[in-house]
Design a protein around this ligand. Structure first.
Ligand code: BG6
Length: 491
């Protein structure tokens, strides 16, 4: 069952207390507890672990465990579940009644936590509570040099609020104790992107202008806003997806080779990319960005409501559920190469991919019906996990006609091993003290510095988002954005 033959205990020999604020919330039920269960089941969680879930409700041990049975089990697939390890996992769980805002101090938590433990605090609450939580943890003496804190997004709504969070948390935790989570950095295929780029020498000489003519990063979701309108309507796709997940993907595509996999070596390179992103002026915003909002349509053969008809969405909301934009990384390597980013909810299907489009051959020697087609490297991130290289080949026959064919590396069949979910991998990184796949403070702030003028510009321009029918690939303006430069979205 265990994936490792070495001891899973912590190097410092301390037992582990994982303390989840918002421990009865949606993320804890859907992602964190299933991830911790899976880590336990596969032997990657220290044997000494205890998981303390905080919440405001009254639970006895029995009613708490019944709640977990009811709300967590459904998020663990049948193939990954076994009754014996589940029973063992339940033994690790402890419920701590704690109303973060009302409690004068955290003595209830101090009583439940072990005095000699390595404490990991997972803040899965509204960010407005981060300051209070950290202040009270420190005042109760729960923050020592071993403690770590994990900050769940959204980390602010703009640069100013992100700085405030960083300052407040930073008063009690050193930067090396802070884990800002972006779950995209925990995805197997996203981590594989680093290996693709820096573990293979054939790509590096090609990985630059003018060999590369454009880069597309597209994260399409089939789901709508669901029950999250309360949060989402104040955020929109730019804050929810682009400022974090898409920019992190862009960083990995665009960064220079780091000198090691050391957290700071990698994060230094990503920071340079973020700082090299060209800032948008008002005229650029009108020309190079497209906001969209879904209206009713058909998704997966079912009629689905438009965004404005979703529960808790104000009738006159102009929040975007779709963004497409053209960005530039102003470095020697990427001079004049457009990076097209796109993300949206209620799109035709779930599909995230990165497409590197190479320059056309300088001289058209062979005939191709409909004109030359560029070579493309297509990195499928989800749900498919694949790397495809589209090349031109000769069509069989007496002529010299070309046709596009793909070299296809299907990563799911190439590697049969179990793939841990992003949250599982990242939680284990936290436990082991590995910061490489977490955002550093300066990275987060640089990402907001780039995003803020776009969001402000949209406000100044006062434009409504373009409508697009649910179940499509977004508004036509997003297609025009690429067509103008002679490109098209890769579907
Ligand atoms: C989250 C966003 O960070 O990522 C959600 O808040 C979004 O709105 C989700 O649905 C997408 O994650 P994934 O892993 O399903 O691509």
């Amino acid at each position: 069952m265990s994936e490792t033959t070495t001891s899973t205990e912590l190097d410092n020999g301390l037992p582990l207390d994982m303390i989840i604020f918002g421990g009865m919330g949606d993320l804890a039920m859907r992602k964190l507890l299933p991830a911790l269960y899976s880590a336990f089941q596969h032997g990657t969680l220290p044997g000494s672990t205890r998981i303390l879930s905080t919440g405001r409700q009254d639970y006895t041990r029995d009613t708490y465990l019944a709640h977990i049975e009811e709300h967590v089990r459904g998020f663990i697939s049948k193939d990954n579940f076994d009754a014996r390890s589940w029973d063992g996992f339940l033994q690790l769980l402890v419920y701590v009644k704690l109303d973060v805002q009302a409690a004068p101090d955290f003595s209830a938590l101090a009583k439940a936590a072990r005095a000699d433990a390595q404490r990991v605090f997972y803040l899965s609450t509204a960010p407005s509570l981060f300051t209070t939580i950290c202040d009270k943890l420190a005042a109760t003496g729960l923050v020592d040099e071993h403690a770590r804190v994990v900050l769940e997004k959204p980390l602010g709504t703009d640069l100013e609020s992100a700085i405030a969070i960083n300052e407040d948390v930073g008063r009690h935790f050193a930067e090396s104790q802070i884990y800002r989570i972006d779950h995209y950095l925990g995805k197997e295929t996203v981590q594989n992107l680093m290996v693709l780029r820096f573990g293979n020498s054939i790509l590096e000489p090609l990985w630059r202008a003018p060999n590369i003519s454009s880069v597309q990063i597209s994260v399409a979701e089939e789901v709508g806003v669901g029950s999250r309108a309360g949060f989402y309507d104040g955020a929109g796709a730019m804050r929810d997806m682009v400022q974090n997940h898409l920019l992190q993907l862009l960083c990995i595509v665009a960064m220079e080779p780091p000198t090691s996999l050391n957290a700071d070596a990698v994060r230094d390179e990503k920071l340079k990319v973020l700082r090299s992103l060209r800032r948008f002026k008002l005229a650029d915003i009108a020309r190079d960005t497209v906001r969209g909002q879904y209206v009713r349509g058909v998704s997966g053969n079912q009629a689905v409501p438009g965004y404005l008809e979703e529960k808790n969405v104000p009738q006159d909301s102009s929040t975007e559920t779709f963004v497409a934009l053209r960005a530039f990384v102003d470095t020697w390597r990427w001079s004049k190469v457009p990076f097209y980013l796109r993300t949206g909810k209620r799109m035709q299907r779930r599909s995230s991919r990165i497409v590197i489009e190479f320059a056309n051959p300088p001289f058209p020697l062979f005939h191709q019906q409909g004109g030359a087609v560029a070579n493309r490297l297509v990195i499928e991130l989800q749900p498919e996990e694949a790397i495809k290289l589209q090349l031109m080949a000769k069509q069989p026959g007496s002529g010299m006609e070309m046709q596009q064919v793909a070299l296809n590396l299907d990563l799911q069949s190439a590697f049969q091993q179990r793939r841990a979910e992003a949250y599982e991998r990242l939680l284990i990184d936290v436990v082991r003290g590995r910061l490489t796949h977490f955002m550093r403070r300066d990275e987060l702030e640089a990402a907001w510095e780039w995003a803020d003028p776009i969001i402000d510009g949209w406000q100044q321009l006062g434009e409504k988002p373009h409508p697009y029918a649910a179940g499509t690939w977004g508004p036509s303006e997003a297609f025009a954005l690429l067509a103008r430069d002679g490109f098209s979205w890769f579907e």
